[in-house]
Design a protein. Sequence first.
Length: 112
Amino acid sequence: MPASGGWPTQLTISNQRQSAPAWSPDGKWIAYQSDYDGDEQWDIFLVSPKTGQVANLTNTRQISEEQPAWSPDGRYLAYTVKPKTSSVYEIDVYDTVMRATKHLTTGTPPTG
């Protein structure tokens, strides 16, 4: 919905849960997480508020990516990562310019 008021526009249509929306600083994208059939294996998606174009950034069924957060310049999108067989979360960063993912943390102990 425009900040100045008006009618809301639906950007996504899905039978899956969608949550944790995060606007990019430049307003070009909204990052969010979406679940598959309640299995708690979230993927990170981007949707354009202008065109409604949706892109699945992570597309991993055995890894849960959650809590998207943008860098102040909007180039990077950080999120937590937890493989289905793991008890700990790591942190990944997606570079929207290079379209590449970098693992910021690995091997975090369960007590960490």
